[in-house]
Design a protein around this ligand. Structure first.
Ligand code: 2HG
Ligand code: ZN
Length: 481
């Protein structure tokens, strides 16, 4: 974290011992095998690693960590490698080891009475959702990368996603946690209790710590009743003000029905329908902006379709919504969600883009979009704002696509200037520079200005207390001291 001279490269003898412990499938050292673990999804970072270690259970992980700690070798935890901020990518030194938890992929237990699930770090979020559904319950966390993202990373970053508006972030789902500490000790906190006030809630320290305090190896997650009815609609709106008016109308009707409330700009939707195979707009004509609303209820007696139509009918009359399509089948519902979920992929295909995963109070989202768009246009003429995201909880992905025809490298060279321009607006609106993607390696430079003074110093003290040698994910969260 601070003293970059400390981490050592693993010696040949250490690698030999690690290989003997983990077996042939548990350790990769050939450059071609290691390479995929050294680049992030956005290809922002190209690191190197001395080895990729893939323990199959917590005991093996604890032994590996103890060996690395004793040798002073820095460790970078990795799950599905879907970080948007380079939070799971090793540095360029080649001295770090990546420790990948994807082989720890058992769903240990689902309890229908407690409505809990005990799940290991390497289970993908999608597999965990499917298992909960098969048991008649809902794991209420949904993110675009859920097919690849793994529970360990989802918790380490306190992921949010599409259902935060109703159920909260990942942290809210965690009843119990198991973690391997930076010295190889194990924190056994797998309790499935709704009430447990016994000193510091250590489980919450690891959630959102981005692997800087140890490895989350398993968790007990609170499940929810499986909805009996789900309705989704894509609505054409004029702008974010209209989107919030629609949100208010749904809340006024019954806030407990709102499962997701997502915003998409016309520019973002245009990229999706043009660049993603199989994505097409199910409305008569393109709109300046869109809302994807999903209602859901576990009640047997609710007429959800009538509830949806009542609010949309009122919104048409009020002029809040100009057009809308309601999904008539599960296939259509998934097609509507595809238009939302493929935003990141479409922006990747459109060339270079700069992401700003920011949050503001919900009421300030329209000001954010308007003012940040103007600030970026003043900075780089022709820049293409394509904001979208979780407007129901105030988290907007204020992403900017490079101007048509501009050299991608020249655009990306200005990433800090763009991020700073957006951040200035966000700050003025009492928001946060990272809503759900975390700090990773991309944003530590912002920490002193945003979380400086006693807040950052307290974080540093916690880090030093738990990881005194600074071996855990050294480049994440903290800027060099
Ligand atoms: C989403 O909401 C993800 O789809 C990705 O958080 C956002 O690409 C992004 O900026
Ligand atoms: Zn998101």
């Amino acid at each position: 974290m601070t003293d970059r001279s400390l981490p050592n490269a693993p010696s040949a003898a250490l690698l030999h011992r690690l290989g003997a412990l983990l077996g042939p499938s548990g350790m990769l050292t050939a450059e071609a095998d290691v390479a995929p673990y050294c680049t992030d999804w956005r290809a922002l970072y190209r690191g190197r690693a001395a080895a990729v270690l893939r323990p199959a259970d917590s005991a093996a992980l604890a032994a590996v960590v103890a060996m690395c700690a004793e040798a002073g070798v820095a460790m970078v935890p990795q799950g599905g490698n879907t970080s948007m901020v380079g939070g799971a990518t090793p540095d360029e030194s080649g001295r770090e080891v990546v420790i990948c938890l994807s082989r720890m992929n058992r769903i240990r237990r689902i309890d229908p009475v407690d409505q809990t699930m005990e799940v290991e770090a390497g289970v993908t979020l999608k597999a965990a959702q499917d298992a909960a559904r098969a048991a008649g319950m809902l794991l209420p966390l949904s993110i675009s990368s859920e097919g690849s993202a793994q529970i360990g990373g989802v918790l380490a970053t306190n992921a949010g996603g599409n259902n935060t508006v109703r159920y909260g972030n990942a942290r809210e789902l965690v009843l119990g946690l198991e973690a391997v500490l930076p010295d190889g000790g194990v924190f056994h906190g797998l309790r499935r209790l709704r009430k447990d006030n016994t000193g510091y809630a250590l489980r919450h320290l690891f959630v959102g710590a981005e692997g800087t305090l140890g490895f989350i190896t398993a968790a007990i997650l609170q499940l929810q009743p499986q909805p009996r009815a789900v309705e989704a609609a894509l609505c054409a709106v004029a702008d974010a003000d209209a989107a919030l008016a629609l949100f208010a109308a749904f809340r006024d009707q019954d806030p407990a029905l709102i499962q997701a409330f997502e915003y998409m700009s016309g520019a973002g939707m245009e990229l999706v329908t043009r660049l993603v195979p199989g994505a097409s707009l199910p409305l008569a004509e393109p709109a300046p902006a869109y809302v994807l609303v999903e209602l859901a209820t576990p009640r047997r007696d609710a007429d959800l379709r009538a509830a949806l139509e009542a609010v949309l009918g009122g919104a048409f009359e009020a002029g809040t919504v100009s057009d809308a399509v309601i999904a008539e089948s599960e296939t259509q519902r998934l097609a509507l969600w595809k238009l939302r979920e493929e935003h990141a992929e479409a922006q990747r295909r459109a060339g270079a883009s700069v992401k700003n995963d920011v949050s503001v109070p919900v009421s300030k989202v329209p000001a954010l979009i308007e003012r940040a768009s103007a600030a970026c246009a003043a900075l780089i003429p022709g820049i293409r704002p394509a904001p979208f995201g979780h407007i129901g909880d105030g988290n907007i992905h204020f992403n900017l696509v490079q101007p048509e025809g501009m050299d991608p490298a020249a655009f990306l060279a200005q990433d800090h200037a763009i991020m700073d321009a957006v951040a200035a607006v966000v700050r003025d609106l009492d928001g946060s520079f990272s809503a759900e993607h975390g700090v990773g390696r991309l944003k530590p430079y912002m920490m002193p200005a945003w979380r400086g003074g006693a807040e950052l110093e307290t974080m540093r003290r916690i880090k030093r207390a738990i990881d005194p040698a600074g071996l855990m994910n050294p480049d994440a969260i903290f800027p060099p001291a």
